[in-house]
Design a protein around this ligand. Structure first.
Ligand code: CUA
Length: 355
């Protein structure tokens, strides 16, 4: 009768302590929000581990602490405790149960690992390259588009092929849960199925030198429609740059002539529209409103485009030509990867009109 009372008490305390331990563990080890299909089974495993840890902790601590208090020696009791040797049922029990628990967790984890690393039916491959201390990404299925932000379509199984240009790095987006090392001279693989639209941080998780902690990149998960238009934009911009670089400077200048609206005010046939015609302009003498003169060389044309009010040719009015081209060009040149100087192309084009 007394024994049943003890077991009932221990059982109750055990349930309470196990529950509290579980709550405590899951509150101090909170995971970031889950943003990939691969995160779900991993989070389930975490939950199960927390549960198991809570049960084991409560089992050991509650039995021990309860025994210390409930079975302590009463005052004046100097007799030896009851002597017994072994309890076969208990020993078999505490051997079998942990064995079963470890095997179950082992098999379960192996299944999850197999599932979340299975590349079957992936819809896209993206190359991830790490180096001291930055990342870049290549999309072989989209003209080898190269970016420094990893942009992914939501709910698509993505196959990442990772490699390093120097030392070991590690690809880690905590919200995706999965993690993979990058090795020089070898390709490793990581499967990710983003499940949440948003922006996440990619960090390097392998110490790789003095700037390791700055080896970060942005991961953007977009809807399929947004991803498609992003790809289209990027591919167009990239092929545009290649095309532009292949052109002669004066040919590019001719393109800028219409693109930036120079043609609205400057003719190419000698007609004066609003501003001077560009025909035969290069190399001639210019007379300004204040009576000074200069030769229309490269420096003069550059100044006239970027800072149009600095010298106004006699017969023309100031403040007609927009003074914003300097800023516009700087911004647009950045889009072309800084490999093109728009104003130099325009000078080359104007020069060619005088030959
Ligand atoms: Cu790359 Cu740490």
């Amino acid at each position: 009768m007394r024994q049943r009372k003890h077991f009932l008490a221990v059982g109750l305390i055990f349930v309470v302590v196990a529950g509290l331990t579980y709550l405590f563990l899951s509150s101090i080890y909170q995971l970031p929000e889950a943003a990939s299909a691969e995160a779900q089974p991993i989070d389930t495993l975490f939950t199960a581990h927390f549960g198991l840890i809570a049960i084991l902790f409560a089992l050991v601590m509650v039995f021990m602490v309860y025994s210390v208090f409930a079975f302590r020696a009463r005052p004046g009791d100097d007799s030896d405790g009851e002597h017994f040797h072994g309890n076969t049922a208990l020993e078999v029990g505490w051997t079998i149960l942990p064995l079963v628990a470890v095997v179950v967790f082992g098999v379960w984890s192996a299944q999850i690992l197999r599932d979340i690393t299975d590349p079957a039916d992936h819809t896209m491959t993206i190359k991830v390259v790490g180096r001291q201390w930055s990342w870049y990404f290549e999309y072989p299925e989209y003209d080898n588009l190269r970016t420094d932000t990893l942009v992914l379509p939501v709910d698509q199984k993505i196959n990442l092929e990772l490699t390093s240009q120097d030392v070991l790095h590690s690809f880690w987006v905590p919200e995706f849960r999965v993690k993979q090392d990058l090795l020089p001279g070898r390709s490793t693989q990581l499967i990710i199925t983003p499940s949440l639209i948003g922006e996440f941080d990619l960090a390097c998780a392998e110490i790789c030198g003095s700037q390791h902690s700055y080896m970060l990149a942005t991961v953007q998960v977009k809807s399929q429609a947004d991803f498609d238009s992003w790809v289209e934009e990027q591919v167009a911009a990239q092929s545009n740059v290649e095309e532009l670089l292949a052109m002669a400077p004066e040919a590019r200048g001719e393109q800028w002539y219409t693109q930036y609206g120079c043609n609205a005010c400057h003719s190419l046939n000698g007609t004066v529209v609003v501003g001077p015609s560009w025909q035969g302009l290069f190399g001639i003498e210019r007379v300004f409103a204040d009576g000074t003169t200069t030769v229309a060389n490269e420096d003069y044309i550059r100044e006239s485009i970027l800072n149009p009010n600095s010298h106004v040719v006699e017969g023309f009015n100031p403040n007609i030509m927009p003074a914003t081209f300097a800023d516009t060009f700087v911004a647009d040149e950045a889009k072309y990867g800084g490999q093109i100087m728009i104003v130099e192309d325009l000078i080359a084009f104007i020069k060619s009109l005088s030959q």
